[in-house]
Structures are given as structure tokens and as C-alpha cells.
Design a protein. Structure first.
Length: 123
């Protein structure tokens, strides 16, 4: 009886140890239906502003810029002024990788590069 109890307890601990932790990445948990990255129609209002809104405004909006070292990204003029800093930060090649604790998707980074290459139009 004691041996059976020890065997069951050992098996329970073994199962809890190996089954309790579950790691998965965001792509596996929240798959997108299309892996296509729209790089043909990159606009500020339709592409860049939503990227900034979803990833940057919590620290870099006009209201919260004190959290983001005074860098505001809510107005296109501010984004154009800080574009070189933004590129270095989102590619994680500079001293201040952004967003903190994560990265933008490769699609978002490519879209930002294309917008800059196209002359940063306000469209």
C-alpha cells in the first residue's frame, strides 16, 4: 500500500512538472489568415499611424511623451523629425530598442522603411 502511494505520488509530480508549463509564441496562439505583407500601398494614415498607435502611443503620444523621453509620435511632423531614431530603435540596432520588451513584426519594419524610402508622404 505504501509502495503504491509513493508510485502514484511520484507519477503525479512527474506529470505536473512536465505538463504544467506551456510555452507558445504569438503567431501560434493568434494566427493570421494571410501571411502577406502589404508593401504596395504604404501610407501614413493607413499603415504607419496604426503601427505607431498599437505599439508606441502608450509612451510617445502627446499626452504621455514624458514617459518616452519627450519623443512624441502622434503627429506626422514629429514622426518625420524622429524618423532616423525610430528606424534604429525598431530594428533594435541602437541604444534604445523599441518597443521595450518586444519587437515589431518584420512586416511593420519593412512598411516603415518603404514609407521613408517613398519620401514620408502625408497620405
Amino acid at each position: 500500500m505504501k509502495r503504491l502511494f509513493i508510485s502514484l505520488a511520484t507519477m503525479a509530480i512527474f506529470l505536473l512538472f512536465f505538463v504544467s508549463c506551456y510555452y507558445d509564441n504569438e503567431e501560434a496562439l493568434y494566427p493570421t489568415f494571410s501571411n502577406a505583407c502589404d508593401t504596395t500601398n504604404v501610407t501614413f494614415s493607413g499603415t504607419i499611424a496604426p503601427i505607431l498607435s498599437n505599439n508606441c502611443y502608450s509612451c510617445h503620444s502627446n499626452a504621455n511623451s514624458s514617459f518616452g523621453a519627450g519623443i512624441r509620435l502622434q503627429v506626422i511632423a514629429d514622426v518625420i523629425t524622429n524618423s532616423s531614431k525610430i528606424v534604429v530603435s525598431i530594428k533594435h540596432t541602437g541604444s534604445f530598442p523599441m518597443p521595450p520588451g518586444g519587437t515589431l513584426s518584420s512586416c511593420s519594419i519593412t512598411q516603415f522603411d518603404i514609407w521613408i524610402r517613398n519620401g514620408m508622404p502625408n497620405n
